[in-house]
Write a protein that binds this ligand. Structure first.
Ligand SMILES: [Zn+2]
Length: 415
């Protein structure tokens, strides 16, 4: 791997400066948190700031038909390597989720110019990753991947703030949602893609690594279980005459932990919603509904856990003389990253002498949609105590600078 003498301290200072700047009043709708999303003045200001920075180093900046920002140092369609993330936030966000990835991608572009490397680069900042505007996660990248339908955009996806459709809002902001199918062209000519993001968990911090090289993004199953018991008086009904569905919930929660631990390999299972009917202190529940969120980087493994826990809940209900129904809400397969790009990142990380590890991402990212058509990988940096989607979110620009250097070296080695 060719040596490029990157001044990491200088990169860290620039990344830190940019993130602080983008946390200013012009870039957030809240004084307590970072809050910016599509088609608001604060989001517009953020894109304009990036566009200005990128134009100043010779990039041509455009937006697709709904507002994903694309900056190139080569004509459209010519082969180039993609870097970027998203710069919208969740409604109660911190400074780093998404934005640090775009700022780091910008630093990769700056280093490319400073070191006169001549790498063909394309920076992308995806629209509405967090779903703060319309309640739809990964919206810009899903439009690019054509994972939505026209009906969704015209009618189904509605603004959290005022209930008007995505379509209306996009048009009011000066975009042409009728041309949404052309957004697919954003990925034309990309020979690869690397997204940097804060980890949003504590693995890197706890293992004292500065860099995570993501080799897969977890898939998931979202499902509901409803257990039907018999509503009775909590005082008058003896223990042996009850059909109490909360006991099936309790047994299922313990079994889910056991199954996910036994499956290992990154499998996680969570009961996040519990709805007890009627939910009164002096009444045995007539029914209970609970959600299942089961994820992992290996489809057959976490899907196996989902199938086993569904069967377990039904059996546990039957053994107590009750009935349980299982219904899948949504499922998304895992996204393996590209071996060649992960390998190039690993070789680059090794040359820096800094601690890194391979890992998978438990959270969803725009890269999942890019991976449909382009070889991809992701780089994680630690965030303090794993806190994310919160104003207390914190990450070190020095780690982002290290990530920028590793990404630059990897892209150079892949040319
Ligand atoms: Zn994010």
């Amino acid at each position: 791997m060719a040596a490029i003498a990157v001044d990491r301290e200088r990169s860290a200072a620039l990344i830190g400066r940019d993130i602080e700047h983008l946390s200013g009043a012009a870039y957030t709708r809240s004084t307590e948190a970072i809050r910016r999303y599509a088609y608001t003045p604060e989001y517009r200001n953020t894109l304009d700031w990036f566009a200005h920075e990128l134009e100043s180093i010779g990039f041509t900046v455009t937006e697709d038909a709904v507002g994903t920002m694309v900056a190139r140092n080569r004509p459209p369609g010519e082969p180039s390597f993609g870097v970027g993330s998203h710069c919208d936030s969740n409604r109660n966000g911190g400074k780093y989720d998404g934005t640090m990835g775009v700022v780091t991608a910008l630093e990769v572009c700056r280093l490319n110019v400073e070191h006169d490397l001549g790498l063909p680069l394309q920076l992308i900042s995806f629209l509405e990753e967090e779903g703060s505007g319309f309640g739809q996660m990964l919206l810009g990248s899903r439009i690019i991947a054509q994972r939505v339908g026209e009906d969704d955009l015209r009618d189904r996806f509605r603004a959290v703030d005022d209930g008007r459709s995505f379509w209306e809002h996009a048009e009011a902001a000066g975009y042409e949602p009728a041309r949404w199918r052309e957004c697919a062209a954003v990925l034309d000519g990309l020979t690869g893609w690397i997204e940097m993001h804060i980890e949003q968990a504590r693995v890197l911090q706890d293992t004292e690594n500065r860099i995570g090289l993501v080799d897969a993004i977890a898939g998931y199953v979202h499902a509901d279980v409803v257990v039907y018991g018999r509503g009775d008086h909590a005082g008058a009904t003896p223990m042996d005459l009850r059909l109490d569905p909360t006991l099936v919930l309790a047994e299922t929660a313990i079994e889910l932990e056991r199954l996910a631990r036994a499956a290992g390999r990154g499998t996680v299972g969570t009961i996040g919603e519990v709805e007890v009917d009627p939910g009164l202190i002096n009444a045995i529940a007539s029914s209970v509904r609970f959600s299942l969120d089961i994820r992992g980087p290996l489809d057959e493994v976490y899907r196996g856990v989902a199938a086993e826990i569904a069967a377990f809940a039904q059996r546990a209900a039957e053994e107590r003389g009750m009935r349980a129904d299982y219904a899948e809400r949504q499922a998304l397969p895992a996204t393996p990253m590209d071996d060649r790009i992960v390998g190039a990142l690993e070789a680059a990380a090794a040359t820096t002498g800094e601690p890194y590890r391979r890992m998978h991402s438990g959270a969803a990212h725009d890269t999942m949609c890019v991976a449909d058509r382009v070889p991809t990988a992701m780089v994680f940096v630690p965030c303090v105590d794993g806190i994310s989607h919160h104003p207390a979110e914190d990450a070190d620009p020095a780690d982002a600078a290290l990530a920028a250097e590793i990404i630059l070296l990897a892209i150079a080695s892949l040319q």
